[in-house]
Design a protein around this ligand. Structure first.
Ligand code: FPP
Length: 248
């Protein structure tokens, strides 16, 4: 296994898990089989990332746009999700993982929301890694929703327009309690953000691999993290400025 520097891991890792359908189609299998295999990769990644001591992991599990997939695939994904949440709760407890959900939960079926609420409540006091699933999530929808809430408060007189700055807007996003991701991994060769965490990814290091999500292994995860460790993050500053602050 590749060596990683434990002092230079991302604080928040976000992942766009893509390529389940293609993985299945390449093997003449139904797309849903790809999603089933994808869940196994999710289990492995959750366990590894939590063991590495990375405090925040966010997975794009279902986009606001995914509702327009064939109804049978949507149903199957919802069923997988419910089973995952139910079956992983005890593992989350063992690893001290706190479960979290972002996205438009009002669009999810009641039984899914029920299962999510149970796991959210059970894991609420855990102090280890925060595992966030983005469900029925869209970055533009999230920002629009935040803007609408702010507008209502301004109209009601509980907020002044001059109080609206970046910090305030960030507090109205679903991710108010999460730091911005340091590192984004996207599998299956697509080089897009696809409406994921639009606001939060402003300074995130992006990583793409051709591997489809069901084939994403521990070695691939370590490869990605070691690539992150080789990068210098400048946040708009010069390289010399960054080296100065690292030395001080
Ligand atoms: C992308 O593959 C993946 C998804 C749309 C959903 C991701 C879902 C899982 C990994 C399983 C359920 C998740 C959890 C957390 C239990 P795709 O279907 O877009 O693949 P394609 O681009 O090859 O068609």
């Amino acid at each position: 296994m590749m060596e990683l520097d434990p002092t230079r891991l991302p604080r928040h890792l976000a992942i766009i898990m893509d390529g389940n359908g293609r993985w299945a189609q390449e093997r003449m299998l139904k797309r849903i089989v790809g999603h089933q295999r994808g869940v196994e990769t999710v289990r492995m990644v959750v366990e590894q990332v939590s063991q590495l001591g990375i405090p925040y992991l966010t997975l794009f599990a279902f986009s606001a746009e995914n509702w327009s997939r064939p109804p049978a695939e949507v149903r199957a994904l919802m069923a997988l999700l419910k089973r995952f949440v139910r079956s992983e709760t005890s593992r989350m407890m063992r690893h001290d993982i706190r479960f979290n959900v972002i996205g438009n939960r009002a669009e999810l079926p009641d039984e899914i929301n029920q299962a999510l609420n149970e796991t959210l409540a059970k894991t609420a006091a855990n102090r280890g890694m925060v595992l966030t699933l983005a469900l029925s999530y869209g970055g533009r929808q999230e920002i629009t929703h935040a803007a609408a809430r702010i507008a209502r408060e301004v109209a009601a007189g509980t907020l002044r327009p001059d109080q609206v700055d970046e910090r305030l807007l960030a507090q109205y996003l679903d991710t108010a309690d999460l730091p911005d991701p340091d590192f984004l991994i996207r599998t299956s060769g697509e080089m897009r953000i696809s409406n994921f965490l639009l606001w939060q990814l402003a300074y995130t290091e992006l990583y793409y691999t051709d591997i489809n999500w069901p084939d994403f292994t521990i070695t691939e995860l370590y490869r990605a993290l070691s690539d992150f460790q080789a990068r210098e993050r400048r946040f708009g500053k010069t390289s010399a400025q960054i080296q100065l602050t690292q030395r001080s």
